[in-house]
Design a protein around this ligand. Sequence first.
Ligand code: BEZ
Ligand code: FE
Length: 302
Amino acid sequence: MTETAGTAPSISAEQATVEAELTRNVLRSFEDCPDPRLKQVMQALVQNLHAFIRDVRLTEAEWNRAIDFLTAAGHITDDKRQEFILLSDVLGASMQTINVSNEAYKNATEATVFGPFFVDDAPQIPIGGDIAGDAAGQPCWVEGTVKDTDGNPVPGARIEVWEADEDGFYDVQYADSRVAGRAHLFADQDGNYSFWGLTPTPYPIPHDGPVGKMLEATGRSPMRASHLHFMVAAPGKRTLVTHIFVTGDNLLTCDTVFGVKQSLIKDFVEQPAGTPTPDGRGLDGQNWSRTRFDIVLAPEIP
Ligand code: BEZ
Ligand code: FE
């Protein structure tokens, strides 16, 4: 598979002229747009959209099918379910926008997709606290530092963390109003943080709607690689939205939203039952795991 998906169609010179003229006319219709950025974006959109239609020789039936698909995506979308974000995610559009908007800066930690399951106002926990609440899963000790790109600690950085339970569901996917598997905490004066979470497990993105049907029709899996979400913010620093992934997970190479970056894959080291915990917590003979995630924040671009 090359980067150019279509095959060059053989059309007559007259036909090519008709098609090119339409594109030129539509581009011209935006010429007087008073906002230069909007003009640039709309003209590039038209240019690329027309190129796509011409490239694949799109039929009217196919275009109507696409309209039906978007209509269905609109109908299933509400304040809890956002099918358009899912669509953007599985097409790699979210990830590509993140790549474009978060250019690599020195050794700053890489960003990845936000996903639809963050909620504001997650409870605050102290350093070493537990984000799990009633969420089921294997306990996992997570620790690390928050530093700037010169290696200085970022004291008091706000760290939001959220994850699915061992059944692959976030709290907001349950019909009750539980809050579990999410919290925020603040790094200490030396930039250190730690908390108890759950060892991440793989789960599918919501696939009972039009995006799921598209994945099925195209032979794609809805599964995401196991991960734990972070959002880290501090004054003067670029807010980092990212996850960490689990070394050895067999979904790392086929995450359905293309969110995996090599630098974000971490060892989650299994600890046999009875292994002393870092804070002396008793775990009733359960296995647990531990991982380390040292976070580096880029400066905010003014
Ligand atoms: C997630 O990380 O939970 C997620 C990300 C993108 C789409 C669906 C789910
Ligand atoms: Fe997630």
